[in-house]
Design a protein around this ligand. Structure first.
Ligand SMILES: C[S@@+](CC[C@H](N)C(=O)[O-])C[C@H]1O[C@@H](n2cnc3c(N)ncnc32)[C@H](O)[C@@H]1O
Length: 532
């Protein structure tokens, strides 16, 4: 026990623990369980793995994979393809990817392929959010979505809550397609260091100041201090040749380096291989290392806190695990941001020509990581873009509401001075933008902003339609009724306009404009006013 600069006692929480057995992982789960969907309101970053662009990349690969598989196994068409998402989080990725998979199956004449998208997470709180989500309900009603409470650190059956069946080798006739985004970085790792040809494990000690403890538990994970001690180990640390072989490779290759071993993820993969008879096809995006060179000369692992915490994923180790078990993998050439990797159990990508082509195009080509890097850079300047350039960026981003919401004021302010071709281009893509709306608490409603766009370009009928759609999400708001009344007035629906101006006045009794409209329209019920 020590005192810090503010005379706060430092309390040791645990000492010399194997990293994967640290209390940190339990605290991590408690954080997600307690936060539920609120984890994504301003805390845990998720845009990078939850946008239409990355979803399109995954969908293109999966549909090609299904095509390759059904060509080689004609009977496969008689059975569903299960697509399991691990650590689903907000569900926004699930929505975009499933929508795109369905579109592609339709376009490619594969609508007869039956799919079941399983949204899984360890916390029931997240599942409850998905079950009643307006964007997911149409898919749920068609039987395209099921749910599972699955803690990837605990080997246990995956039970589908709607169909009430277990995912097991009898049910999984076709390969189990699995998406793992920002989850391998969240679950347990072991930590090692190599020094002068010897391999040591890194044992963790965790401490915090006394004022950060409540009921003997840390209140804020960001205030934890961690420390590593080295401890020499033998060659058969995991007692599993597939894993020990990888540790040995690192021992023999690294001059001096510390590295993480994603043991929690690998145990989950072993379980998924077992229930799918080794027919496992994983696509995963995360921050991490994919080449052996990038793992050399690293210092002790650092933990990045952002509400929860995350670690760099050793994709190189996961890939080698698959290779050691007669599987295959594709690791993206290094990018600074996230990396997308593909892993296959007991089949080889060289036998999957369409899948391989799609991987080249959507992972090695302009990947989710490239998209995000470009978007982040461009987003600093978007407020200076012309409408034409904004439209092009929105098109590149596949009409992503998240981006539109940041630009709505700029777009409306540019409408008057912009050319008709650009305006028509944006207008013709508004239904796509609307179809990408995925409600999240405490965020703006893109349907309302689409209505504002149509209002600004004087397409009052369409504006009204979107204001009405938005009302399901935004509830009774002054601006909604007032804007609807303005559109109705412009369409000559004076009585409807009067009703809505009155509603708006109920919501803001000080609005002089609403009152003025009401007084005017009550006197001139058949005469539109020359304003607005
Ligand atoms: C960092 S978030 C990533 C969410 C989402 N995949 C994304 O890319 O935005 C991690 C998610 O995994 C879930 N999670 C954490 N530990 C888990 C575990 N042991 N098993 C399954 N899910 C877990 C959390 O509830 C959370 O939804």
């Amino acid at each position: 026990m020590k005192n810090d600069a503010n005379n706060n006692r430092t309390i040791l929480i645990e000492q010399h623990k194997r990293f994967s057995e640290s209390c940190l992982w339990r605290l991590q789960r408690e954080y997600f369980d307690k936060s539920g969907i609120d984890a994504w309101v301003n805390q845990v970053p998720f845009y990078i793995t939850s946008n239409p662009y990355i979803a399109n990349c995954y969908a293109q690969i999966v549909v090609r994979f299904i095509r390759d598989w059904t060509k080689q196994h004609p009977d496969a068409k008689q059975h569903p393809f299960y697509i399991l998402e691990l650590g689903t989080g907000s569900g926004r990725f699930s929505f975009y990817v499933l929508k795109k998979i369905r579109e592609l199956l339709q376009t490619l004449g594969m609508a007869n392929i039956s799919i079941c998208y399983v949204m899984s997470d360890f916390t029931k709180n997240n599942i409850k959010y998905y079950e009643t989500h307006p964007a997911l309900i149409p898919f749920i009603e068609k039987g395209l979505i099921d749910f599972a409470i699955f803690d990837i650190e605990t080997e246990r059956p995956i039970s589908l809550l709607r169909q009430n069946i277990l995912l097991n080798p009898e049910v999984l006739v076709n390969p189990l397609v699995t998406f793992a985004n920002y989850i391998f970085d969240t679950v347990s790792h072991d930590a090692f260091t190599v020094r002068q040809g010897k391999l040591y494990e890194l044992l963790l000690s965790t401490s915090t100041t006394e004022d950060n403890l409540q009921d003997n538990k840390p209140k804020d994970m960001e205030k934890l201090s961690i420390d590593f001690k080295i401890h020499e180990i033998k060659n058969d640390y995991y007692n599993d040749p597939h894993l020990d072989d990888i540790l040995n490779q690192y021992k023999n290759t690294f001059t001096e380096s510390s590295f993480l071993f994603p043991i929690g993820s690998i145990r989950a993969i072993k379980f998924l291989k077992k229930i799918s008879n080794n027919k496992l096809f994983i696509i995963s995006s995360d921050k991490g290392y994919s080449s052996i060179e990038s793992l050399n000369h690293l210092g002790h692992p650092s933990i990045s806190f952002h509400g929860s915490f995350s670690m760099m994923v050793n994709f190189h180790a996961i890939a080698n695990y698959f290779k050691n078990c007669q599987g295959d993998y594709f690791l993206q050439t290094p990018r600074k941001g996230i990396k997308t990797s593909v892993f296959c159990g007991h089949f080889q990508l060289k036998d999957m020509p369409e899948t391989s082509l799609a991987i080249q195009q959507y992972i090695e080509g302009v990947s989710a990581a490239d998209y995000f890097t470009l978007h982040r850079r461009v987003s600093d300047s978007l407020q200076e873009y012309t409408l034409e350039a904004i439209a092009a960026h929105l098109h590149f981003a596949l009409w992503d509401p998240h981006i539109y919401l940041k630009l709505t004021n700029r777009i409306v302010s540019l409408v008057e001075e912009s050319d008709l071709d650009t305006i028509n281009f944006i207008a013709s893509n508004m239904s796509t933008l609307a179809s990408n709306y995925y409600y999240m608490p405490k965020s703006d409603c893109v349907l309302f902003e689409i209505a504002v766009f149509f209002h600004a370009i004087k397409r009052y009928e369409q504006a009204l339609q979107y204001y009405l759609e938005a009302s399901k999400y935004v509830g009774r708001q002054f601006s909604l009724f007032y804007n609807m009344a303005l559109c109705q007035h412009n369409l000559g629906r004076i009585q409807d306009a009067l009703v809505n101006f009155k509603h708006s006045l109920e919501l803001d009794s000080e609005s002089k404009e609403a009152l003025e409209w009401i007084v005017y329209l009550e006197k001139n019920t058949d005469k539109p006013m020359d304003k607005g």
